[in-house]
Design a protein around this ligand. Structure first.
Ligand SMILES: *Cc1c(COP(=O)(O)O)cnc(C)c1O
Length: 439
């Protein structure tokens, strides 16, 4: 690793070089494209981002769970360099190439279940979700789509309809796609229900308000991402999957944020042995290059007529090379186990923090996908102001942290699995300081 794995601040955050570039950004980039931490990055690797002023920041966000194998991971760089020198694009639908099929083979092997599987590749998570719905509709001959409270599935028209939160994702962007219905999610901190009880509540809503026979698919994040890292109570996902199967509804797991070693297993569904009919993947799949997939039961995937799935760039050869490099890194470095080690470290640190600060109402998550939810002490009333103050402190002190949640009151931790224990520990030292300083 050529980048020193340490936090080192040589200017204020943001520094003069970043401030100058922020002016330029302000003039040239649409205001609608926001910024979480206003430093311009020059290079990154391991668990560190280096900005244009030479500051070394600790990365606890992985560019939103994307650089799971680390930034510019050696296996990704090598394969991308080879591919970009060989050819950059043919369009897989015009003249195919091996990389695309190799990624589909890896997806068939790694996603939950041992049934015959096929895949189709796309550019972004939202595109994968849209295509999963298209496949489910053709396969079932039905229209209705079930989604959940706090869900996030993307920013295209159909996926905005599927996403729960208005600001900033939907406000003013309607009208939205029809035939999307929302059911209550299992949210143990807020509903106190067992998984079975929460599933019965959701199923009752769908059955009475939509009708099982009208549903093409149930789409769910096995651990919710943007919605607040909500981990459903045990039994919720298996009960929903069983009900879907019983009624011929395609059960779609959106593993775009939770997939590819992130939760301490290849996929979050694996923790409860849930086998979805279709799985959507993106983010961590290709170490930072844009790639997404829909993988599922061969007979469902093949329900669509020839030419019905695709796109100009979907499964671009360079993105596929990056995915093969990322998957190789995950396997050779056993990143499933590394995510579990990171979970143990984060759980200890976050548990200690919770014991000290009664504003922390919940510690939850799996693997290297953990979060704390902040509420006014003794209540479940969200405290987004405190979290903004804590995050601002972390950013000023060189730790990249992300928030999420319907109420913006969840602090989420998504370190790259290439981060070392010392750096991770230092990152959480700063988080602890931030809580103490904003008391
Ligand atoms: C990020 C995300 C998406 C959308 O992916 P994009 O690549 O941003 O389109 C969809 N579903 C989940 C669960 C996500 O986390």
């Amino acid at each position: 690793m050529s980048i020193a794995q340490e936090r080192r601040l040589v200017t204020a955050i943001p520094g003069p070089g970043s401030l100058e570039r922020l002016e330029r950004k302000k003039a040239l980039v649409a205001d609608g494209v926001g910024t979480t931490l206003p430093v311009f990055v020059a290079e990154a690797g391991g668990g560190v981002l280096v900005d244009v002023d030479g500051n070394h920041l600790i990365d606890l966000g992985s560019g939103i769970a994307v650089t799971t194998v680390g930034n510019a991971a050696p296996g990704v760089v090598r394969r991308v360099q080879e591919q970009v020198a060989a050819f950059t694009h043919t369009c897989f639908m015009i003249t195919p190439y091996d990389g695309y099929v190799d990624v589909c083979a890896a997806l068939a092997e790694l996603t939950p279940g041992v049934h015959a599987k096929k895949s189709a590749l796309f550019n972004s998570g939202a595109e994968a979700v849209e295509n999963a719905v298209k496949i489910a509709r053709v396969a079932t001959g039905r229209d209705a789509v079930a989604v959940f409270d706090h869900a996030y599935h993307g920013r295209t028209n159909l996926t905005m309809a599927m996403t729960a939160k208005n600001m900033p994702y939907k406000n003013g962007f309607g009208p939205f796609a029809s035939e999307v219905y929302r059911a209550p999610m299992s949210y143990p901190l807020r509903d106190g229900l067992s998984g079975e009880e929460a599933a019965a509540r959701a199923i009752d809503v769908l059955d009475k308000q939509v009708g099982a026979a009208n549903l093409a698919c149930v789409v769910i994040e096995p651990i919710q991402g943007e919605g607040g890292f909500v981990v459903p109570a045990p039994g919720f996902l298996p009960a929903l999957a069983a009900w879907s199967q019983e009624h011929g509804i395609v059960f779609i797991a959106d593993e775009i944020q939770s997939g590819f070693c992130r939760t301490g297993d290849w996929f979050a569904c694996d923790h409860e042995g849930v086998v979805p009919d279709l799985v959507t993947t993106a983010k961590g799949i290709a170490g930072g290059l844009p790639l997404a997939g829909v993988t599922g039961r061969a007979e469902l995937m093949d329900a669509v007529h020839v030419g019905g799935l695709g796109g100009t760039y979907g499964g671009n050869p360079i993105a596929c090379a990056a995915a093969l490099g990322a998957i190789e890194e995950m396997r050779t470095h056993d990143l499933v186990s590394r995510a579990r080690e990171i979970e143990a470290l984060m759980e200890t640190r976050l548990g200690a923090l919770r014991a000290e600060h009664d504003v922390i109402a919940d510690v939850r998550g799996r693997g290297a996908m953990m979060a704390i939810e902040l509420c006014r002490p003794g209540t479940t009333e969200p405290d987004p102001a405190r979290i903004a103050a804590v995050a601002a402190y972390c950013h000023r002190h060189g730790v990249v942290t992300l928030t999420c949640g319907t109420w913006g009151n969840v602090f989420r931790f998504l370190p790259p699995l290439s981060i070392g224990d010392a750096l991770l520990t230092e990152g959480f030292d700063v988080v602890a300081e931030a809580f103490a300083a904003t008391r």
